[in-house]
Design a binder for this molecule. Structure first.
Ligand code: 6PG
Length: 238
């Protein structure tokens, strides 16, 4: 499903409203809301909107658990940290218990951290594959999502829930949810904004499958939503 927003601000507002809706539905149905946040820059404004009235008061924070789709293995204070951005934009401004913020802390030992995070997910979702109520994802211009980068072994991961990644050219490692872990979610939402994403978005939505990591995201028993703005959808004939 594709939902087109006029601009980045409306995309952020739509994403924040969707977050509220999913949170309320999850808590009503299952007593808790489990969300995996995206990194990068696109989701920041969405997080800021959730940190302020009126949306702030509509999220059942006491029953919300926050995870990440991926993280850079850098110190928490490092400006490249996805958790740092989420804390600044949202998590430090809302009454979310610290014990319900599940950081992908991997600055020391990415391989061990991947196993630890996977074990956390298995404990947290004991009866089945992780069933995040919502996974937010961004899209890179090379078609990556989370830290599933083209031509990396993580793309072939079918068993592990969390894997360490070394993106060529980066001097730090990353952790990422594997495609199967993401695909077990109830709802996966890509947030895609800006004309710099138009070419890749057109390739992904219109071109053959199986060419880009983002095309691995096909929820097994859940929904997939592309939340895009006009600048990004420009080239896609709908
Ligand atoms: C990361 C993100 C990554 C991001 C895309 C889009 O940690 O880098 O998880 O997948 O979502 O690169 O980034 P922008 O939103 O900044 O365009």
């Amino acid at each position: 499903m594709i939902r087109i927003c006029d601009d980045a601000e409306q995309l952020s507002r739509s994403a924040a409203e969707l977050f509220v809706e999913q949170a309320q539905q999850a808590v009503a149905a299952r007593g808790r809301f489990c969300v995996a946040l995206a990194g990068g820059s696109t989701p920041e404004r969405c997080y800021q909107l959730l940190a302020k009235p009126p949306l702030r008061e509509l999220v059942p924070w006491a029953k919300t658990h926050v995870f990440w789709g991926d993280e850079r293995c850098v110190p928490d204070s490092d400006p490249r940290s996805n958790a740092r951005m989420a804390h600044a934009a949202l998590l430090d401004q809302v009454p979310l218990p610290a014990a319900q913020i599940h950081l992908m802390a991997c600055a020391e030992n990415p391989a061990a951290a991947a196993q630890t995070y996977a074990a956390l997910l298995q404990d947290f979702f004991p009866r089945s594959e992780p069933r995040f109520d919502l996974v937010l994802l961004g899209l890179g211009e090379d078609g990556h999502t989370a830290s599933l980068f083209p031509e990396t072994p993580a793309l072939r991961e079918k068993v592990r829930l969390v894997v360490p990644v070394q993106k060529p050219g980066e001097d730090f490692a990353r952790l990422t949810l594997s495609a199967p872990a993401i695909n077990s979610a109830r709802l996966v939402v890509f947030l895609v904004s800006g004309k710099n994403k138009a070419a890749i978005l057109s390739e992904i939505l219109e071109g053959p499958s199986g060419r880009f990591p983002a095309q691995l995201i096909t929820p097994v028993q859940g929904e997939l939503l592309w939340l895009v703005d006009r600048a990004a959808i420009g080239q896609v004939p709908l």
